[in-house]
Design a binder for this molecule. Structure first.
Ligand code: ADP
Length: 319
C-alpha cells in the first residue's frame, strides 16, 4: 500500500446531540425533542475533510471497545481514511461529546476524552515511523499535550511539515516544542487568547500575528477569520488577507476543520502557501453551506467548481 501523504494525529469522538427547547437548570430535567449520534472529534473531522478532498490520509489516535468505536472507525474508512494504526483500547470508552442545542441554536458541550485521553508516549513511539514518512502532519489539541510534545520532539527535522490547529486553546501553554510547528492556524478567538490582544483595535490583528511569529518562534501564522476569510503573516512579516468566498451560511460547525483539511491537501500536492490558503478558504466556505461536521465536508470537485467560479487574482492582497 502506498504510504499516506497526510498524517492526522488527534481525537476521535462520538457526538451525542440533544435538541432541547431550553437548557435545564441545575437539578432540573428537560425532555429532548430529538437525540442524534454523529461521528466527530477534531482529529477525525479533519481526516475526513482531507480524504474527501482527495488526500491520501492516515488517522492516528485511540478509540475504546464500545459499540461507538466500530461506528467511528467505519465512518473514517468510508471517507477513505486509513485507520490501521488507530488503537482500540480494551475496557475504555471512546471519546464522547455531550452536546445540547437549544431553540436559539446556542449550545452547551461536555467532552469526555475517554480513549483520546489515554494516548501516551509508548503509542507515539509506535506510530513515529509512519508519521515520519508523511509529507504533512496535522495536529489539534484534543489529545494529551504530553503526547504531542513527545511527537514534536522525536519527528525528523525537515519532514513532515507540521500544521497545528490550537484548539481547544487551554492546552496550548503545555506545549514545549512549538519551534517544530511550521504553521499554526488559530481562529480569531484563539488568536486573541494566545496573545492577550483585543483584536478590535486598529492594526491589532497585525500586531497579534507578529507577536505570535516573534515571541512564539512560529514561522507562519494563519488566522481563520470566519466570514472575513483568513489572514497570513508570512516570514517577511507581511500581513496578507484572503477574503472569504461568498456563500449562503447554514451551519458554521467544523468550518475550521474543513479549512485545515483543505490546507493540508493543497500543501501535500506541492501548491504554494498563498494558493493553498485560497483552497482552504474555499473548503471552509463550502462546509458552512451544510449542516453537521463530517457530512458537511466538501469534495475536491466542489472546491474546484467554487474556485473556477471565482476571480483567482482577487483572492488575496497584502494589507
Ligand atoms: P473555526 O471553525 O475554527 O472557528 P472559522 O469560523 O474562522 O474557524 O472558519 C474557518 C474558515 O471557514 C474561515 O477561515 C473561512 O475560510 C471559512 N468560513 C467560515 N465562515 C464563513 C462564512 N460565513 N462565509 C465564507 N467562509 C466562511
Amino acid at each position: 500500500m502506498t504510504p499516506a501523504e497526510i498524517a492526522i494525529f488527534g481525537s476521535i469522538n462520538i457526538d451525542l446531540v440533544g435538541e432541547v427547547e431550553r437548557f435545564p437548570l441545575p437539578g432540573e430535567t428537560v425532555t429532548a425533542k430529538s437525540l442524534g449520534r454523529f461521528p466527530g472529534g477534531k482529529g477525525a473531522n479533519q481526516a475526513v475533510a482531507a480524504a474527501r478532498l482527495g488526500g491520501r490520509v492516515a488517522m492516528f489516535g485511540m478509540v475504546g471497545d464500545d459499540p461507538f468505536a466500530e461506528e467511528l472507525l467505519s465512518s473514517l474508512k468510508m471517507s477513505g481514511v486509513e485507520v490501521g494504526q488507530v488503537r482500540r483500547l480494551q475496557g475504555i470508552l471512546s471519546g464522547i461529546a455531550l452536546i445540547l442545542v437549544d431553540s436559539h441554536g446556542e449550545n452547551m458541550i461536555t467532552i469526555s476524552a475517554g480513549a483520546n485521553g489515554m494516548i501516551d508516549r509508548a503509542y507515539i513511539e509506535q506510530i513515529l515511523p509512519a508519521i515520519s514518512g508523511a509529507k504533512i502532519l496535522l495536529l489539534q489539541m484534543e489529545v494529551p499535550p504530553e503526547a504531542i510534545n513527545k511527537l514534536l520532539e522525536e519527528l525528523p527535522h525537515e519532514n513532515p511539515l507540521v500544521i497545528l490547529d490550537p484548539a481547544p486553546i487551554g492546552n496550548v501553554p503545555r506545549l514545549t516544542n512549538l519551534e517544530r510547528v511550521d504553521i499554526i492556524t488559530p481562529n480569531l478567538t484563539e488568536l486573541a487568547l494566545l496573545t492577550g490582544i483585543d483584536l478590535r483595535g486598529e492594526g491589532h490583528l497585525k500586531w497579534a500575528l507578529s507577536q505570535l511569529v516573534t515571541k512564539g518562534h512560529l514561522r507562519r501564522v494563519i488566522c481563520k477569520a470566519g466570514a472575513q476569510g483568513s489572514y497570513l503573516m508570512n516570514e517577511k512579516g507581511q500581513l496578507i488577507h484572503f477574503p472569504a468566498f461568498e456563500v449562503e451560511v447554514v451551519d458554521t460547525t467544523a468550518a475550521g476543520d474543513a479549512f485545515n483539511g483543505g490546507l493540508a491537501v493543497a500543501l501535500a500536492r506541492g501548491i504554494e502557501l498563498e494558493r493553498a490558503i485560497v483552497y482552504a478558504n474555499a473548503a471552509g466556505a463550502l462546509a458552512v453551506t451544510r449542516k453537521g461536521a463530517q457530512p458537511a465536508m466538501p469534495t475536491a470537485a466542489e472546491v474546484e467548481q467554487l474556485l473556477e467560479r471565482s476571480d483567482h487574482e482577487a483572492r488575496w492582497h497584502i494589507e
